[in-house]
Design a protein. Structure first.
Ligand code: KG4
Ligand code: ZN
Length: 352
């Protein structure tokens, strides 16, 4: 069974062919990072136009690199939620046209759930039930995963996603976009002191499974640019707040390492709390762009060892947005009898 996957939810145009739901025959990703870098974030209209230009060449290349013809496909899977609607529509329209003209099923896939499925690509089956953690630019969510397509949400961020916080911290330090890999690289430079700053670990004292990353982001802003002076009180001298020390390379390294410690600590503690509260689970599965983070991968392995369960995290090339995860999860849904039709809609939010 060969399934073509198409992904266009944000700023990567991707297509892939997956065999039997697991073996990745091809995975092509055209990133748009260069188009959005000067704006410090993804500009939706620019993203949609770039998808429009790239989607057919990317599909053609995925089919060619898989060594197959379009006529060999059993189905077309497409990420149809969540994402930027204008971007989703481009991939969705291409997928509908292909499925209709080839006479094969169309299957809509939830992009966030597909991030967890990425851990099953080119790998052994994931032992279920699993505790799932998706950490991406748009989502930070814990799931009880009974099977690849049967998930329930246990908790998630109440403000920024972890990846979004990484990107904003990189912007505050003037590092570039996307910021996650740049902050990760700084944080792991020799001499970086992860205890230099005592940044807040969001919601860690609360007995729930939610995350908050806006506090640590603001704390980084103050560490880099200084605290704003409080408004002067009538009849009192204005309070003079000392400026932040110069942002030397050493200070940047320390900010990055301390920020990374705060984010990873929150992710690990809440994952452990979810494991205790909602288990038993047979594995810990982590996916999404931030699962490429060097410290998070190490810390999650330490947690899995402590829990005595296998850690399943996607190979690096399937952590960030890709279409192999879409084709893979689409194959599972196809085998379960799922079929969508040409009324399949682009939806900005995840299913759960
Ligand atoms: O999953 P993804 O490609 O897109 C969404 O579905 O959002 O995730 C992108 C996010 C970006 O915020 C990026 O900065 C972050 O993943 N990211 C990382 C690393 N690599 C990518 N964050 C931390 N450390 C990394 N090594
Ligand atoms: Zn994603």
């Amino acid at each position: 069974m060969l399934v073509l996957g198409i992904e266009s939810s944000c700023d990567e145009t991707a297509a892939a062919v997956v065999e039997g739901g697991v073996r990745v025959r091809s995975s092509v990703i055209a990133t748009q990072h260069d188009l959005h870098a000067e704006y410090g974030g993804v500009v939706p209209e620019i993203a949609s136009r770039a998808h429009e230009e790239r989607v057919l060449p990317v599909v053609r290349r995925a089919v060619r690199e898989a060594g197959i013809e379009l006529a060999d496909l059993s189905a077309v899977a497409v990420g149809h939620r969540p994402g930027l609607v204008g971007s989703l529509l481009v991939g969705l329209s291409a997928a509908k046209a292909l499925s209709w003209s080839l006479g094969v099923p169309l299957i809509g896939v939830d992009h966030v759930h597909a991030h967890l499925y990425a851990a099953a690509l080119d790998a052994e089956p994931i032992p279920f039930p699993a505790l799932g953690l998706v950490v991406s630019g748009g989502h930070t969510t814990l799931y009880a995963v009974r099977s690849p397509a049967d998930l329930s949400r246990l908790g998630g961020t109440i403000d920024d996603a972890a990846g979004e916080a990484y990107d904003k911290v990189a912007a505050i330090m003037g590092l570039g976009h996307p910021g996650g890999p740049l902050v990760d690289a700084l944080a792991t430079q020799p001499g970086a002191d992860e205890h230099a700053f005592d940044f807040p670990i969001g919601l860690v004292q609360k007995g729930n499974l939610n995350f908050s990353f806006s506090g640590v982001k603001t704390a980084v802003l103050y560490a880099v640019r200084g605290r704003p002076a409080p408004p002067p009180l009538p009849g009192r001298e204005p309070i003079v707040v000392p400026p932040a020390p110069p942002l030397t390379d050493a200070r940047k390294r320390d900010v990055a390492a301390s920020f990374q410690r705060a984010v990873c600590t929150a992710l690990v503690r809440k994952a452990e709390a979810a494991w205790d509260a909602h288990g038993p689970f047979r594995s810990l599965v982590v996916g999404g762009g931030v699962s490429a983070n060097s410290r998070l991968r190490r810390d999650m392995q330490t947690l899995a060892d402590r829990l005595g369960a296998p850690l399943r995290v996607a190979p690096m090339k399937y952590c960030v947005d890709n279409a192999a995860m879409i084709a893979g999860l689409g194959s599972v849904l196809l085998a379960e009898g799922r079929r969508d039709d040409l009324t399949l809609a682009a939806v900005p939010t995840t299913a759960c």
